[in-house]
Design a binder for this molecule. Structure first.
Ligand code: HAM
Length: 418
């Protein structure tokens, strides 16, 4: 017996329905905000992620599924969607189409992290990227769209954490100040933070071990006037959209490309992996990847985590409305025809095996959760009728003409909540 890989899982019904519901809700919301779907490949050159996600991030340093292909190329399974979208934007000149470069993507991402509750090695993200708009309205639109989507799915008790990491200029000055502070305290830092101190001191602010003491002791990042104005603008517009948020100076995010606004949606109900979604602005990434100067902002939501959070509140297991049973050898063909007519009339219908006993077919009907069993036995076959047996509640069995079955069952189903 060969089982699935650790951290990779089968998503079974009814959970798979919940993924589909969230995806459908997202597509609806994105339509309202003018975001169009971009389908990007799962595999890219490894270099794309090294250069964009960042070579000092955990994602690239430790968690990439990378391999050398037959042609000697270094390939990686995408750990996130942003680099692929940026590559596609540059490769297809998407800034030149005259339309807003507002995209969404839905698909699997791969990170070789230690699996735990809410953390998988293959997980689904729904993400958005808006490239080419430098104004606070683009940030506020992204965040409020995310919140509206979460509301639409029925998620409750989530908080929006908001921060500004400043522009490259703010950060350049701050990097020196922070580095000097950390160099004097290297013995307090955990091994990984000490190891990357000179390359990327800011990552310590995002480290689970060191962030708690650094939050209170480390010097704070001062924003330049333009970054302050931008951050104020984002907050003002979020207020106008009725979005509640917490300004959280400890929010750093674990990817290298962010500038200015960063945000995360968290849910305490999820335990240690509490981030449902995260994102931010990345004004320098497109240019640094060889594209035009195109400031951008986006986010990605972990669909697995949202499904965990919502549970069966989102989509109860779907039952067919009718279950068709044949009781006589010759009735099978009529029963099959009835099934077809029911489905053609938009009534969900199912069956098990017409050659089995009444008891066995009824047991399957019951297990399916159907509202009605439709039976065709010898008598019904002769009379051209169907016996209708309500399976929920305590209604009596009754007979209807076979020709009217779809319309009669539709009538019966009206107003029923099974
Ligand atoms: P991220 O914070 O790395 O951002 O991931 C976004 C979300 O993906 C997380 O908040 C979480 O819900 C989910 N996620 C991440 N890793 C796992 C995992 N191992 N198992 C389950 N869920 C996970 C990004 O990926 C950026 N590309 C977001 C972005 C878009 N920034 C700008 N544009």
């Amino acid at each position: 017996m060969i089982s699935s890989l650790r951290g990779f899982r089968d998503i079974l019904p009814p959970e798979s329905d919940r993924f589909a519901r969230i995806e459908a809700a997202a597509r609806e919301v994105f339509g309202l905000y003018g975001y169009r779907e971009l389908r990007i490949p799962t595999l890219e050159l490894k270099e794309l992620f090294v250069k964009s996600t960042g070579d000092t991030t955990d994602i690239v340093e430790k968690e990439m599924y990378a391999f050398t292909d037959g042609g000697g190329r270094e390939i990686a399974n995408r750990p996130e969607g942003t680099p692929g979208v940026v590559r596609a934007y540059i490769e297809h000149n998407l800034g030149q189409t005259g339309r807003n470069a507002k995209f969404f993507y839905i698909g699997s991402m791969f990170r070789a992290e230690r699996p735990q509750a809410g953390r998988f090695r293959e997980f689904e993200q729904i993400g958005t990227e808006h490239i080419g708009n430098p104004t606070p309205a683009a940030d506020a639109e992204n965040i409020s769209m995310l919140v509206r989507l979460l509301e639409k799915t029925g998620a409750e008790g989530c908080s929006v954490e908001l921060n500004s990491l400043g522009c490259s200029e703010c950060r350049k000055a701050y990097r020196g100040v922070l580095l000097a502070f950390l160099r004097e305290r290297t013995e307090k830092l955990c091994d990984p933070c000490r190891g990357r101190l000179e390359r990327n001191p800011l990552r310590a602010l995002d480290c689970k071990t060191d962030a708690p003491w650094l939050k209170t002791e480390a010097p704070k990042l001062p924003l330049c006037p333009a970054c302050l104005e931008h951050f104020d603008g984002v907050q003002r517009l979020l207020g106008a959209a009725g979005i509640t948020y917490n300004v959280n100076p400890g929010l750093v995010r674990g990817l290298d490309y962010y500038t200015r606004t960063v945000f995360e949606v968290r849910s305490a109900a999820l335990g240690s992996q509490d981030a449902v979604a995260g994102g931010g602005r990345y004004d320098d990434l497109v240019r640094s990847m060889g594209g035009p100067a195109a400031p951008a902002v986006g986010w990605a939501m972990g669909v697995d985590r949202l499904v965990m959070l919502l549970g069966d509140k989102l989509a109860p297991d779907k039952a067919p409305k009718a279950f068709v049973i044949a009781l006589a050898k010759e009735a099978g063909d009529k029963a099959f025809e009835l099934l077809t007519r029911m489905r053609d009339a938009q009534i969900s219908a199912d069956f098990s095996d017409f050659t089995l006993s009444l008891k066995s077919q009824l047991r399957s009907a019951d297990k399916s959760g159907a509202s009605f069993a439709l039976l065709i036995g010898e008598d019904e076959l002769k009379a051209g009728t169907v016996a209708v047996k309500p399976l929920r509640g305590n209604g009596e069995q009754f007979t209807i003409p076979a020709a009217d079955a779809p319309s009669k069952i539709k009538e019966q189903l009206k107003g029923r909540v099974d």
